[in-house]
Write a protein that binds this ligand. Structure first.
Ligand code: C5P
Length: 391
């Protein structure tokens, strides 16, 4: 297998002295590691030490590097792990500031490929500015490790310690070499809204970005599955490794899902299917006249998930329930009515068009609630649970 390439970003916190040990653990596990430092980091950890342990020059400001070094580093790496991440660097990243080689590199990398291990004094950690900046980075999809509690360098006792390097190394390595828990499985995922035409230019639709479906697809691919996506109109980027079937209306989605369902082992209906469609579609653009009242007669669309639930046999079928109130009872009812193995409850306020979600999974008679997390993390939880439960 190809060596994983890890870029360790080091900022100016006392915990930087532990980073050579982290790099040693990552290298021992077979990874290639480069270190990129802020100017202050090098007051806590030696350039010579990092160069010797990584086997590469230390990437830092003021060196005679190629002037697009940040882009080259961004393209080189599979994961940027910023350990320790100070309040200052977290704040700069939250606001898109790129004033040194590390922050310039960070802004050139997809948020999903960035992990931060914060370390700072308790008051700095608990400061509202830091907490808001942490929330911003999480919302963009970065992985923010928790802080540990204990005696800090400043002798205060409280939260703010960097996690132990053994724990950080374990998290980094499991992120980069996920278990093939869905190897050999075919996963069919619907996503995005559907559009129901009223006339040649107008449509009825649902608010849906497709972000959850895209995250589920990435997660399933990462765990070794083959993925087919049946997608309504979305602008979110979808993984190239998945086969894409584009649809527009609920009727087209139904047809595509029924066609692809035969081959699938696992099916996740993450699409926001329009429940209704205009009964008739005007042949030309409907004209507006002053003071006019227009009545449009709607017909109910077929419930695709319920139909798949009836045909499912040994397949594992998952649905989503997006509710505007607490919704537990309706999620349980929908799970039974639609014949699903798993129903995932989201609240509209938390999930719609966002990069994060707060979900509850209903399987059998069990319910499992998760805290607010990125859709990338939520998708991994869902796929792990499916892998454990699907035959
Ligand atoms: O009943 P409700 O629309 O809340 O159910 C949501 C679940 O059912 C989602 O998984 C959605 O993709 C699916 N659904 C469907 N066909 C419809 C409406 C919803 O498959 N017509």
């Amino acid at each position: 297998m190809e060596k994983k390439r890890i870029l360790v970003g080091i900022t100016g916190g006392i915990a930087a002295y532990k980073v050579p040990q982290l790099i040693r653990l990552l290298k021992k596990a077979g990874a290639e590691v480069k270190a990129v430092c802020t100017p202050w980091a090098l007051r806590f950890v030696g350039d010579e030490t990092l160069r010797t342990i990584t086997g590469f020059p230390v990437y830092r400001d003021g060196q005679e590097f190629y002037d697009i070094e940040h882009i080259r580093l961004a393209e080189w790496t599979d994961l940027l792990a910023i350990c320790p991440a100070t309040a200052n660097t977290i704040a700069k990243m939250a606001h898109g500031i790129a004033d040194n080689l590390l922050t310039t590199t960070a802004i050139s990398i997809l948020p999903e490929k960035i992990l931060l291990a914060p370390a700072m004094n308790t008051a700095m950690w608990q400061n509202a500015a830091t907490q808001e900046n942490v929330a911003i980075l999480k919302k963009r999809g970065m992985t923010m490790l928790p802080v540990g509690e204990g005696e800090l360098a400043c002798k205060t006792i409280g939260p703010g310690r960097m996690l132990e390097v053994e724990e950080i190394a374990g998290i980094i390595l499991s992120r980069l070499t996920p278990e093939p828990i869905l190897a050999g499985k075919k996963v069919l995922i619907s996503l995005g809204p559907t559009e129901e035409p009223l006339d040649p230019v107008r449509v009825m639709t649902n608010r849906s970005s497709g972000k959850m479906g895209a995250a589920l697809a990435r997660s399933a691919l990462k765990f070794g599955a083959q993925v087919v996506l049946v997608s309504g109109p979305v602008t979110v980027s979808l993984p190239d490794a998945a086969r894409l079937v584009k649809v527009r209306t609920a009727a087209e989605m139904r047809e595509a899902m029924l066609r692809e369902f035969g081959e699938a082992d696992i099916c996740v209906m993450a699409a926001a299917v329009s429940d209704f469609r205009p009964l008739s579609v005007a042949a030309s653009k409907i004209r507006r006249t002053e003071g006019q009242r227009l009545t449009i007669e709607l017909a109910a669309n077929p419930d695709i998930l319920a139909e798949l639930g009836r045909l499912k046999e040994q397949r594992y079928v998952v649905g989503f329930a997006l509710e505007t109130d607490d919704g537990e009872a309706s999620a349980r009812r929908k799970k039974a009515e639609k014949g699903c193995d798993m129903m995932i409850l989201n609240k509209a306020d938390d999930a719609l068009e966002a990069d994060t979600t707060r979900m509850t999974l209903f399987t059998g008679s069990e319910a499992e609630s998760f805290p607010l997390q990125s859709k990338t993390e939520a998708a991994d939880c869902i796929m792990r649970r499916i892998a454990g439960l699907a035959g």
